[in-house]
Design a protein around this ligand. Sequence first.
Ligand SMILES: *Cc1c(COP(=O)(O)O)cnc(C)c1O
Length: 392
Amino acid sequence: MEPAAIIKAIKSCLPKESSSPVPLHQPSFSGNEWKYVKECLDTGWVSSVGKYVDEFEDQLQETTGAKFAIAVVSGTAALHLCLHLCGVKKDDEVLVPALAFVAVANAVSYCNAVPHFVDCEERTLGVDPVGLESYLEQTSEIKHGECFNKFSGRRIRALIAVHTFGHPVDLDSVLSVCRRFKIELIEDAAESLGSTYKGKYTGCWGRVSALSFNGNKIITTGGGGAILTQDEDLARQAKHLSTTAKEPHPWRYFHDKRGYNYRLPNINAALGCAQLEQLPEFIQNKRELSARYKKAFDDYLGVKFFQEPEFAKSNYWLNVLLLDEEYSHHLESILKLCTSEGLMVRPAWALLNTLPMFETCPQAKLPIAESLVRRILNIPSSATLGASNAQT
Ligand SMILES: *Cc1c(COP(=O)(O)O)cnc(C)c1O
């Protein structure tokens, strides 16, 4: 377990002609991007109305198997509306994995609700359903068909399950805990577009789900996101709320609630349509790259390449090396050496409960998240790296 040897092993999986530095995750625009975006400019349909928004939503439905997809300006906006749609109100609590991107807890706070941090499991890097169930047995009670935190007295309305780095959580078990405790499941599938759990796509299991098409995600619209749901009424509400809650009318401006300007512009959707056409190819390339990493780190002392859980087929959005606990003190030196050697790598996010604005939020014991955050190293994962031949 030598940092220099780890870097050599990573490099052996990358194409010979890799640019330096090798980015962590780079978008690829080799399809119809120019054509579709040019059409928006040529026709003047660049903003919140246009055929690409509808087309993008149709394609998202086809790609994920969700009945309804509503395109919005970001993954964060999608999460915000998902919480709204699940009835999250001021002073409610929402269960959030401590190991997650800050947007998840931010979205909860936009609703004036309180994130309540829970632990994850090493098998998926996502929420641990077994730990969650026993935690809720100890800390919550059901009153009038709703779940309450016995200690804070606040209602626990929802759980946001994040499919971390593209790897699905154990959705059947998570769903059964949610049903037992009368909690709504929101999937954060921002990182897991195209990943399946027991043969069905992530994003189709929660009452509502959020996707992101930010520049670093598996497909990008520049910036963008979407809400997925199977529920026609929620889909209608999502579209209404994201378009300033304006009554459909040829000239009258009448808004029947406090809405948001969250609709994805046509020019971004055009980019999204071109990107979605290439999603199968991106996933194939990413899985090829991950297979090479897996081989390079098979039987490697002190570090393992994180693989999809047995019930899932992952998109391998961001590849993960997991250091053994006794070698976790090497993480800093590996990060340093990779940076100086032209490999863009990064550690996991700081746990959300350690951020100043969320420090005082309720939290479960977080032993696994605290261990994982010392041991996770994200390594170069662009789809283009998988496509070409590796050095070895
Ligand atoms: C990227 C991301 C988001 C937020 O998406 P934006 O489009 O950047 O707002 C939310 N959750 C997770 C897990 C993400 O990776």
